[in-house]
Design a binder for this molecule. Structure first.
Ligand SMILES: Nc1nc2c(ncn2[C@@H]2O[C@H](COP(=O)(O)OP(=O)(O)OP(=O)(O)O)[C@@H](O)[C@H]2O)c(=O)[nH]1
Ligand SMILES: [Mg+2]
Ligand SMILES: [Zn+2]
Ligand SMILES: [Zn+2]
Length: 405
C-alpha cells in the first residue's frame, strides 16, 4: 500500500500533513474550552465561540503514520478521536489512509437529490449491505444527523423533505457537512476463511441552489473533484416532452418547483466539468475519468409512459443475485438512453459523452411506485424502486464489487 504524508479533510477540504492531525479529549469530566475552529466552520460568531473539549497534536516519529491514540495534556486520559486541525471535525481512518469513497449527488433544484440520499442510506443499512454480507455504520454523528435531517421526516412523520437550503446559509445539511458511513463487506477467502473489508462512504447532498454559479461551487462543492463517483440526477418533470404527457396535478406534486425556474441539467453538467478540470489542471479536450451515473429520478411518475416491455419496470436484481448483473445493467442503460433521445435531451447526452470517459444511464424512484406526495406533502413509507443500481455500478467501477454475466 502506498503511503502518503498528507490528507484532505472531507469537511473543510483543507490539505494537511498527517503529522498535523489533532486529537480531541473525550473525557466528559475534562474542561471545556472555546472552540474557534469549529465555530468558524459552522459560520458561528467567534465572539461567542462554541465550547468543546480540548484539541492537541501528538508528535509522531513516522510522518506516514498518525498515532491511533494520545493522552490528553489536561486530564491525561487517552483519546482515540482524531480531528482536522482547521475545522476540528472528527476524521475517519479512511481519510488518513486515502481510501475514502466520496459519492457526490448532484443535479438541478428539486430533482430529488435529498430524497435519493435519505432513502439510499436507509436501504444501504437495512437491506443492500446485508445482501452483500456486510453492514453499514454511521461515522461520528452521521447517523443522528441522517435521522434528524432525513429519517424522521420520511420514515416517522411520513412527510416529504423540504428543498435543501444553500450551504452559504445552512451548515447543518448533508451538502455542507457530509454524511459519512462505514460499509463493511465480507470477502470470501481461500480455505473458507472470511475477511472483512471496510469502505468509507462520504455522501454529499448538494443544494441545487449552490450549483448555479461556479464561484459558489468552487468554495462549497470542492468535494466533487475528489469523488469516486458522481450520481447526476435528472428530473423527468423538468423535461417538457415528459411533463406534457402527464396530468398537471401529478406533475405539480412530483415537481417541487416550476421546471422553468430550474437550471438546465446540461448547464450544471458544464459547470461541474469545468470545476473538475480546473481542480485537476486538465485541458478542455481531456476527458474526466470519474464515473458518472446519470439517473432519471421519480420513476414512479413516468412508469406509465415508459414502454411496458422495458427492463426498468422489473425490480433491481443485483441484491438478490449478490453481484452486479451486467445484462440487467446493459438493458437499463440502453433503455434510458433511448428515452433521453426520444425526450429530446440530446444536449445533456452530448455534455456527458464529450466530457467523461465512464458514464451510464439509470432510473430510480426514492419514494416508490404509487407514492407520489399528496398536495400537502404527505407520503407513505418510502418503498424505493432501483435506488441501488447507480451506487452499485459505481462500486463495480471502483472494483469493490464484481460484475457477473
Ligand atoms: N413522485 C416522486 N416525487 C419525488 C421523488 N423524490 C423527490 N420527489 C419530489 O421532488 C421534490 C424535490 O425533491 P428533493 O429531494 O427535495 O430535491 P433536491 O434535488 O434535493 O432539491 P434541492 O435541495 O433544492 O436541490 C420533492 O419535494 C418531491 O415532491 C420520488 O421518488 N417520487
Ligand atoms: Mg435537497
Ligand atoms: Zn477540516
Ligand atoms: Zn482531557
Amino acid at each position: 500500500m502506498a503511503s502518503k504524508s498528507t490528507f484532505i479533510c472531507p469537511y473543510c477540504f483543507e490539505k494537511h500533513k498527517l503529522s498535523a492531525v489533532q486529537f480531541r479529549c473525550t473525557n466528559r469530566r475534562c474542561k471545556d474550552v472555546p472552540d474557534i475552529e469549529m465555530t468558524k466552520y459552522e459560520n458561528g460568531n467567534i465572539k461567542i465561540p462554541k465550547q468543546g473539549k480540548i484539541t492537541f497534536t501528538s508528535p509522531s516519529k513516522n510522518p506516514f503514520l498518525v498515532p491511533l491514540s494520545a493522552p490528553c495534556p489536561e486530564c491525561k486520559n487517552v483519546t482515540y478521536k482524531r480531528v482536522c486541525p482547521s475545522c476540528h471535525n472528527e476524521l475517519p481512518e479512511s481519510t488518513l489512509t486515502g481510501k475514502d469513497m466520496i459519492i457526490s449527488v448532484v443535479g438541478s433544484r428539486a430533482t430529488g437529490k435529498s430524497h435519493f440520499v435519505g432513502v439510499i442510506i436507509k436501504e444501504l443499512r437495512d437491506r443492500i449491505s446485508i445482501s452483500f454480507g456486510g453492514s453499514l455504520e454511521g461515522f461520528s454523528d452521521s447517523y443522528q444527523r441522517w435521522e434528524k435531517n432525513f429519517g424522521n421526516q420520511l420514515y416517522n412523520n411520513n412527510e416529504k423533505l423540504e428543498l435543501t437550503q444553500s450551504s452559504v446559509q445552512n451548515v447543518d445539511n448533508g451538502a455542507y457537512r457530509p454524511l459519512i458511513f462505514k460499509l463493511k463487506l465480507k470477502k470470501k477467502k481461500f480455505f473458507g476463511r472470511d475477511e472483512i473489508e471496510s469502505f468509507t462512504f462520504v455522501f454529499f447532498d448538494t443544494a441545487g441552489e449552490d450549483l448555479n454559479d461556479e464561484d459558489t461551487m468552487s468554495t462549497v462543492n470542492k468535494y466533487i473533484c475528489k469523488s469516486a463517483g458522481i450520481i447526476f440526477l435528472l428530473d423527468p418533470m423538468q423535461i417538457p416532452a415528459v411533463s406534457n404527457q402527464l396530468d398537471e396535478s401529478v406533475v405539480s406534486r412530483a415537481a417541487g418547483i416550476d421546471w422553468r425556474k430550474a437550471a438546465k441539467a446540461d448547464d450544471i453538467m458544464t459547470r461541474v466539468s469545468n470545476l473538475i478540470r480546473k481542480d485537476k489542471g486538465m485541458s478542455e479536450t481531456q476527458k474526466i475519468d470519474i464515473p458518472v451515473a446519470a439517473v432519471f429520478s421519480k420513476f414512479d411518475v413516468i412508469e406509465n409512459i415508459v414502454p411496458p416491455d422495458c427492463t426498468v419496470h422489473n425490480p433491481s436484481p443485483h441484491c438478490s443475485e449478490k453481484c452486479f448483473c451486467l445484462s440487467d445493467w446493459h438493458n437499463v442503460n440502453s433503455e434510458i438512453l433511448a428515452l433521453l433521445h426520444e425526450w429530446k435531451a440530446d444536449a445533456f447526452i452530448s455534455q456527458l459523452e464529450t466530457n467523461y470517459t465512464t458514464y451510464s444511464y439509470f432510473t430510480a424512484s426514492a419514494l416508490g411506485l404509487n407514492n407520489n406526495p399528496t398536495s400537502d406533502g404527505r407520503i407513505e413509507r418510502p418503498r424505493p424502486h432501483r435506488i441501488e443500481d447507480a451506487l452499485l455500478w459505481i462500486l463495480k467501477e471502483n472494483d469493490v464489487i464484481k460484475g457477473k454475466k
